[in-house]
Design a protein around this ligand. Structure first.
Ligand SMILES: Nc1ncnc2c1ncn2[C@@H]1O[C@H](COP(=O)(O)OP(=O)(O)OP(=O)(O)O)[C@@H](O)[C@H]1O
Ligand SMILES: [Mg+2]
Length: 223
């Protein structure tokens, strides 16, 4: 059985996908077979008559196992809105058990499976459940991506607290420097390190382009 990780973050658009791709590279550097999933994606485009999401395509591209798109992203929605609304508009109810089944099928094909969440930890995915329920059902340790920008200390502390309250194991956090020149970046990172016992796994610098090799070499804790 593969080791899995659930990648969540402080918000949408804060570096989860770049981090997931970098983590995939980190494990590939160890000679492991790696799969990345984005089970729920809102904000998809029609490609050859099929809904496709940029994150899922990136994870498909970086996997060391070739997989059909459907396995990586079983729930693809056109509208770039909260997934419970996007699903409702598409007439679909997101079913966690079905995602877990897909995960269990994929984990047989790899040593490592990285699952990117959608938005942040408490984003609703249907009328009753949110991303936290998905992570719990998958029973995976979580890696939190903190998008380094003004407000992130509050967002990160709330995210860590919610994960703890849900009794989900947190493997570590990664600082993603999504802003080119964040004021007092190091002070913000230090403040977060003082606020939590959760290990800082890496600081990903601000880059114009995703460089998975460079980022993978920044991971300074053994996973
Ligand atoms: N280290 C970085 N340096 C510079 N820009 C970054 C970095 N990480 C992410 N970005 C920028 O932020 C954008 C959003 O990153 P990413 O797609 O990884 O976020 P996300 O959290 O996965 O978003 P979503 O909620 O849509 O899944 C990227 O397209 C990129 O432009
Ligand atoms: Mg993403």
């Amino acid at each position: 059985m593969a080791q899995g990780y659930f990648v969540t973050g402080t918000d949408t658009g804060i570096g989860k996908t770049w981090t997931t791709a970098a983590l995939m590279q980190y494990f590939k550097n160890q000679g492991k077979r790696v799969i990345g999933m984005k089970p729920i994606a809102s904000g998809c485009e029609q490609l050859d008559g099929q809904l496709r999401n940029a994150d899922a395509l990136l994870l498909q591209e970086h996997a060391s196992v070739a997989l059909p798109y459907q396995d990586i992203n079983p729930y693809a929605f056109a509208l770039p809105v909260s997934p419970h609304i996007a699903a409702e508009q598409a007439g679909v109810v997101i079913n966690i058990a079905s995602i877990v089944k897909t995960y269990q099928r994929l984990e047989k094909k790899a040593d490592i499976v990285l699952v990117e969440g959608v938005g942040g930890w408490l984003v609703p995915i249907n009328a009753r459940q949110d991303v936290a329920d998905l992570a719990q059902a998958l029973n995976l340790p979580v890696i939190v991506v903190v998008g380094m920008r003004l407000g992130c200390i509050n967002q990160a502390k709330l995210t860590f607290a919610a994960i703890k309250q849900n009794n989900v194991a947190c493997k570590g956090w990664i600082a993603a420097c999504v802003e080119r020149d964040m004021l007092m970046l190091n002070e913000n990172i230090q403040a977060l390190q003082s606020a939590t016992n959760i290990p800082l796994l890496a600081v990903f610098p601000n880059e114009d382009k995703l460089d998975v090799i460079k980022f993978s070499e920044k991971i300074n804790k053994t996973l």
